[in-house]
Ligand binder design. Structure first.
Ligand code: LLP
Length: 482
């Protein structure tokens, strides 16, 4: 797979790359960046990719953001500093489109030989351009609200590859789901009642999966654990019979097609998925024994990524799929997976500029223009996201331990704590890595920091804007004519 997935990079000749840099499509004010000639970094990256093509999956991975020997951070051969200098506003999100492709290809390769749906969890990142790209690559979508469903349809996702999840789905959203013909996961007794009502209103039978809570500990932060017995999600396994009887008594409204579970997020041990899959296929056996023709096993999302950048070898999509492959084949099932983070997190950085450096008491602070408003994961989950400067610091810059904080009026406003970094100059570029999942989609306008613009590096090395920055005028619109 690496060969195919990386081919957009390895197939560039220097002249085609120059051409694409000089004549980028959809570009608005980045002409100066685009005049940049392919750097030596571009070519060393190409060489690297072509030599790694036949190595095992875990060693093939190349991060799209890499620090080069010249001390600059690059995204797919483009100097991040050059982007910082030319965009309309900082902070901003910068993605690699090729990395999104590579991540999807890794799943597709892993799933070879299985009948499957890759349902991308839209909550991780709902940028329309990214959704269209994922749809184009063959993904389905996992939805948790009526608006996510509308957006998925707008982005052209095939409804028969979409799954509507949630513990509090609203009737009006379920009606939309029934009309569109997406799969719906049954989460509770009242949810089942609402799905039946929606099927009647839409005049369509709904394909449902039972979301069974397998009670497997995902060994993650409690805020992102969902498959344990006290979770608000899914049905308790001892209530399974009640749900089977309820489905049987609504033959005109419901068609049971499968079973679903989702254990949690940031899972770094694939044994956990296997433990759950063993339980799930046993439930499927039990359900089939009652005469239901069910064909789908949905094992949810949740695969973690290397947020720490320590070089630790974490399970790849292939490890995840291999751990459940035999179980799926043994029951002749279609496998649904619902990855969010592992498809999109590592494709992006939040790019900031340093406003200043200060010291209070025993603490050193790097104050940047980005904040918990644009990226809340560190404040909310105490999550670690790797931070580095995008350009070499002055040669006399002292290395110290800093908290990297934003300008928001809260002590919870930090992007990283106790980070060893060279003292940056004012105006230096600083990135927070792995910001593709649950960062922009969880951004707020707290302190009236309007949501940032988003860009991606295209396959041809040019940069395009993929979301406009929100503006102060956008805020005033909510009060117009009141
Ligand atoms: N399927 C279901 C039913 C889910 O609830 C989720 C995520 C996913 C799939 C996708 O999981 P992933 O592959 O992305 O781990 N805001 C938190 C993460 C919350 C995840 C919620 N559910 C964070 O920033 O870490």
């Amino acid at each position: 797979m690496a060969t195919a997935a990386h081919s957009h990079l390895v197939s560039h000749t220097p002249s085609s790359l120059c051409k694409s840099l000089r004549y980028p499509p959809n570009l608005f004010s980045l002409k100066s960046i685009l005049a940049i000639k392919p750097t030596s970094r571009t070519f060393s990256l190409r060489a690297l990719l072509s030599t790694t093509a036949s190595e095992p999956e875990t060693q093939k991975f190349q991060h799209c953001f890499t620090k080069s020997d010249d001390g600059f951070l690059y995204c797919e051969g483009l100097r991040v500093q050059d982007v910082v200098d030319f965009v309309e506003r900082r902070p901003f999100y910068l993605y690699s489109k090729p990395q999104i492709t590579r991540n999807v290809e890794a799943y597709k390769d892993a799933l070879e030989g299985l009948s499957s749906i890759i349902g991308y969890a839209i909550k991780a990142n709902n940028n329309l351009k990214i959704l269209e790209h994922l749809r184009h690559l063959g993904c389905g979508a996992v939805l948790v609200s009526g608006n996510e469903l509308k957006l998925a349809l707008h982005a052209g996702f095939d409804p028969t590859k979409c799954i509507f999840n949630g513990n509090g789905k609203l009737l009006e959203d379920l009606v939309l789901a029934a009309e569109a013909g997406v799969f719906v996961n049954v989460d509770s007794e009242f949810d089942l009642e609402n799905i039946v009502a929606a099927a009647r209103i839409a005049g369509k039978k709904v394909n449902v999966l039972l979301r069974i809570n397998p009670d497997v500990d995902p060994q993650v932060h409690p805020y992102v654990a969902t498959g344990n017995k006290n979770s608000k999600f899914g049905i308790r396994n001892e209530k399974l019979q009640w749900f089977l009887d309820a489905v049987k008594s609504h033959p005109n409204e419901l068609k049971l097609v499968g079973a679903h579970c989702h254990l949690g997020s940031t899972i770094t041990k694939v044994d956990i998925f296997r433990d759950a899959a063993v339980l799930m296929v046993n439930y499927i056996d039990e359900i089939r024994a009652q005469g239901f023709q069910i064909d789908y096993l949905n094992i949810g999302g949740g695969l973690g990524i290397d947020y720490h950048h320590t070089g630790a070898i974490l399970p790849a999509p292939r490890d995840l799929i291999d751990t459940v492959r035999e179980l799926v084949l043994s029951r002749n099932l279609n496998l649904i997976i619902e990855p969010g983070r592992s498809l999109i997190a590592n494709t992006c950085c939040l790019v900031n500029r340093v406003t200043g450096v200060k010291t209070n008491g025993t603490k050193n602070f790097i104050v940047i223009d980005g904040s918990m408003a644009e990226l809340i994961r560190p404040s909310l989950y105490d999550a670690y996201q790797h931070i580095e400067l995008v350009s070499p610091p002055p040669s006399d810059a002292e290395v110290s331990t800093f908290d990297v904080v934003g300008p928001v009026c809260e002590s919870a406003d930090f992007l990283g704590k106790d980070r060893k970094l060279p003292t940056p100059s004012r105006g230096a570029g600083l990135v927070v890595h792995d910001a593709g999942a649950y960062c922009m989609s969880m951004a707020s306008t707290y302190n009236l920091k309007m949501r940032p613009p988003e860009y991606w590096v295209e396959d041809d090395g040019s940069v395009s804007k993929i979301r406009h920055a929100e503006t102060f005028e956008d805020h005033l619109k909510f009060f117009k004519d009141l």
